[in-house]
Design a protein around this ligand. Sequence first.
Ligand code: GLN
Length: 471
Amino acid sequence: MKTYLEFRQKRIENKATCKEETTNILQEIDRNKHLQAYIKVNENAVNEAAVADKRFEAGNPGPLEGMLVAVKDNISTRSMPTTCASKMLEKYEPVFDATVVQRIKAAGGIVIGKANMDEFAMGSSNETSYFGCAKNPVDTSCVPGGSSGGSAAIVAAGLAHTALGSDTGGSVRQPASFCGVVGFKPTYGRISRYGLIAFASSLDHIGIFANNIEDTALLLDVMSGRDDMDSTSANTPNTDIFNAISASQQTNSNFKIGILPERMLQCCSHDVLEVYYEYLDKIQKSGGQLHEIEFDCYDAWVPTYVALTTAEASSNFSRLDGIRLGHRTEKNIDNIDIVSLNRGEGFGDEVKRRLLVGTYIMLSNPSLQYYAKAKQMQQLIKKCYAAAFDKVDFIFLPTTSTSAFKTNEKNSDPVSMYLSDFFTTSANLSGIPAISLPLGKSKAGLPIGMQLQANLFEEEKLFAYSKKITR
Ligand code: GLN
């Protein structure tokens, strides 16, 4: 298991160099090409590592000096492709770095490459990628999850220290759970989304994959904080969680922990429930008190998510017409049909399905009003969470109802694929921070993650308790 913290310590003690580490990881990437986890590898990484070595030698390394970060391919990187795993943006190279990438580079981090994903972050398995599905390193016949499946596979296989993903309905936490790594989604507004190619702007978050809580905290501390380039960025300073959790030896664990009523766990496999109950027991033994939370409207979580995301996507994606941006057909045509040809050729089936649903939802027919109803539902979900956090410190629940499924298993059944996001979408709809922790294994040896959710902007408390649980 590769962690940046361990490498940094070795680098400080002169037992390793950034150049060696980068060369080794590049070789590993080459050996693991069959995982299809990267869309593009940074050819200049070794030179950048040499610069990082100089800063260590001069005694002034940045907080992420020499950290090798894989960046999901929907986060803009200057002079590197940002394809969203779509034919539509296959040739797109942004002229700027996303704010998170700028901040990582300024702190000494190195973008080691661009990670595979579901096309435009729409999916739960990585199977909608135009470049082919990334594989789960634990069992390559299984999916790594999605949509940030490449990022999760990369961290699990040691092909970078950490990775960035995006989480609109669970796309960081679900693949983290399937691949056995930590996956964190912040409070909405905590991390700037400037440069993240939008799927559904009101629910999109940039999140982090790592092999431990400390590396996750280091990245969050660097990436968080107000950004004037993102109008939804919260006016809060950078977090300082790494120092806070390193300093406090004894974290209080007498917390009130919210749990779901049994009927909400019916969809879970036996393996998942086993890990869940094992940890409920541990939580209680370490002083946690369990409180059952009633979520009145939980059966509306996924439908609300689907209505809002497809509607927002249908609006966001109108600029991808192959005239202003995106794939241009090679057919010789010069009339209005060119847009439908560009989009017809450029988008895969899942994207088309969602854009059609979203366009229907946005119809102005007054008898439908799906979007308005979904917005009302979202307010209710937010209220439910606010009421829950009046009573408890955290909510503990599975990240996914099963461990990783087989490639092609759910491909022909989009509804069952959507329902697999049952435990993750509510954190996006309410904007709260949530983390998936690798806490167990199925009988077949596949990773199982459990989720811890906290109140808005309570990341420090969330990380401290996560550290306690994973110890
Ligand atoms: N699996 C969910 C979906 O397909 C979540 C996607 C995401 O978070 N980007 O919509």
